[in-house]
Design a protein around this ligand. Structure first.
Ligand SMILES: *[C@@H]1O[C@H](CO)[C@@H](O)[C@H](O)[C@H]1NC(C)=O
Ligand SMILES: *[C@@H]1O[C@H](CO)[C@@H](O)[C@H](O)[C@H]1NC(C)=O
Ligand SMILES: *[C@@H]1O[C@H](CO)[C@@H](O)[C@H](O)[C@H]1NC(C)=O
Ligand SMILES: *[C@@H]1O[C@H](CO)[C@@H](O)[C@H](O)[C@H]1NC(C)=O
Ligand SMILES: *[C@@H]1O[C@H](CO)[C@@H](O)[C@H](O)[C@H]1NC(C)=O
Ligand SMILES: *[C@@H]1O[C@H](CO)[C@@H](O)[C@H](O)[C@H]1NC(C)=O
Ligand SMILES: *[C@@H]1O[C@H](CO)[C@@H](O)[C@H](O)[C@H]1NC(C)=O
Length: 423
């Protein structure tokens, strides 16, 4: 029998609505919460679009007759072991050497799908103690409508992506620039189907191109057109009942005049006419009110003059950047923000859970590329947010989201808040 570590985590969260402070008090004695096994997909992709499967586990105290394995379902009645974990530590991550084919969003559906791969705790006699399948999460909010409904966005743990539109669905090491600009493997629709609900989109204006609006990472790297992002967000909203925050930010190129912002807003309003919720209610709105309105898209805009002028645009989510270069410093930074009384707030905030490199790091290739960096921190970040910060997290934005267990951590954490917190 797997013995799970039991840790008691009290957390006190405060928030104000119209000046009155409400406290959220959480306590956990839930035995299974601290213990977790899961599958990660490495951000590194081969030329033939294969990605390695990794296994991670956290706070799993195995009995002498137990082990963690990667299994594959052969058919409905039989499975076989693909990989045996060798470590006997209670937390860790191991590569398995097993590769799976990258599936583009055109191969995914709006119904939850499990792959044939799963991680399990097995006994020597072949009994399966615990399993966790690799799966999509296209409808997790709707399935938990009853627990999310009374809450505001700032009270929910939402999985997000950093620079969401800078994705490459191929081996990126071939292209020098993309080594330092690409942050995701999946396109926007793929991210949403996997459970992401916060999108961080940086828009550049290129008036002399046919498309005009593009997505960027900084001023020099142009990714896909904004139209591509819009079409995929609409497709997701049409096929689900999920709620999405689309944050339009940074404007790294071509926005030297407020008139350019106004042009972009009228394009966004036109494109999302039947989808966006107006900001009249402000961020104090509950999930239930959002669902009742029939409009499930919130468009954040990082320019307050524009927000004041246009009810279609919301004050954007507050990004919290540590600008750190090591895992230890990232922990210190995130620990600080997760324990701050910044919870006197209704506007959501996003912990930016990645390392940042400086120019010298790029020149001397000190930290490797963004995939290597993300790969190094993603398991740690997942473990922290599944344990110590499970009750404080709001939005957590990551690179290469399938290399993290953040979607599962968020779903589980929202369920635990429902069970163990008083508002
Ligand atoms: C990615 O492309 C580079 C350059 O062509 C190549 O050297 C490398 O082996 C490829 N990586 C994989 C995992 O296939
Ligand atoms: C099940 O797996 C075995 C090998 O482990 C293989 O020989 C057999 O064809 C598989 N059966 C099915 C139905 O896929
Ligand atoms: C499933 O696979 C097992 C192992 O390969 C085999 O013995 C069994 O007949 C298969 N069952 C079905 C229904 O295909
Ligand atoms: C895993 O371990 C079992 C039992 O020790 C062994 O029979 C099996 O061959 C191993 N499988 C792999 C893929 O290493
Ligand atoms: C893991 O196994 C090694 C060697 O078998 C042993 O020395 C060590 O104490 C074990 N560690 C744990 C956490 O069980
Ligand atoms: C990050 O995770 C690795 C693998 O589980 C672990 O060895 C390391 O101690 C962790 N680092 C920190 C700072 O928590
Ligand atoms: C993905 O979609 C393509 C085109 O519809 C299809 O040919 C292919 O078999 C699908 N692949 C998988 C693994 O479902």
């Amino acid at each position: 029998m797997a013995r799970h570590t039991v840790i008691l985590i009290p957390a006190l969260l405060l928030a104000t609505i119209n000046g009155t402070v409400t406290a959220r008090i959480c306590k956990s004695s839930a035995e299974t919460w601290q213990s977790h096994i899961g599958i990660l997909i490495s951000p590194i992709m081969s030329d033939s679009r294969m990605q390695e499967i990794e296994i991670y586990w956290n706070n799993v105290n195995l009995g002498p007759d137990e082990k963690i394995v990667l299994m594959k379902e052969n058919n409905s009645s039989s499975s076989f072991i693909l990989y045996n974990v060798t470590s006997n530590e209670s937390s860790g991550v191991e590569k398995t050497g097993i590769r799976t084919k990258f599936l583009p969003s055109s191969n995914l559906s709006f119904v939850q799908r499990s792959s044939k791969y799963y991680v399990a705790v097995l006994t020597t006699t072949g009994n399966v103690k615990e399993t966790n399948y690799l799966k999509t999460n296209p409808t997790w909010m709707k399935e938990r409508k009853h627990i999310l409904s009374p809450l505001r966005m700032s009270q929910i743990f939402l999985p997000g992506t950093h620079d969401s539109a800078c994705y490459a669905q191929e081996n990126i090491t071939k292209l020098f620039v993309s080594k330092y600009a690409v942050t995701q493997n999946m396109d926007i629709l793929g991210q949403l189907i996997h459970g992401v609900r916060y999108l961080d989109i940086r828009v550049g204006s290129y008036p002399f191109t046919k498309e005009h609006w593009w997505t960027n990472h900084g001023p020099f790297y142009r990714s896909v057109s904004l139209q591509t992002v819009i079409d995929q967000v609409k497709k997701f909203l049409e096929n689900t009942e999920e709620i999405v925050i689309l944050d339009i930010r940074e404007f790294p190129i071509g926005f030297d005049d407020i008139s350019v912002h106004r042009e972009l807003v009228s394009y966004l309003e036109d494109q999302f006419r039947d989808y966006f919720l107006t900001s009249n209610s402000g961020w104090a709105i509950t999930m239930n009110d959002i669902w009742s309105s029939g409009k499930r898209l919130i468009i954040g805009y990082e320019n307050m003059q524009i927000v004041r002028e246009h009810a279609s645009m919301w004050p954007c989510v507050r990004h919290q950047w540590g600008n750190v270069r090591s895992i230890e410093d990232l922990y210190k930074y995130l620990d600080k923000i997760e324990n701050e009384d910044s919870d006197y707030r209704v506007r959501p905030r996003s912990a930016m859970a990645e390392l940042t490199m400086n120019v010298m790091d790029v020149i001397y290739n000190r930290l490797g590329n963004l995939r290597d960096m993300a790969h190094r921190v993603n398991v740690n970040v997942t473990n922290w947010y599944s344990t110590v910060w499970q009750y404080t997290a709001n939005i957590v934005a990551v690179d290469f989201v399938r290399g993290t267990g953040m979607v599962e951590a968020a779903i589980k954490s929202n369920e635990n808040r429902h069970l163990h917190c008083r508002y």
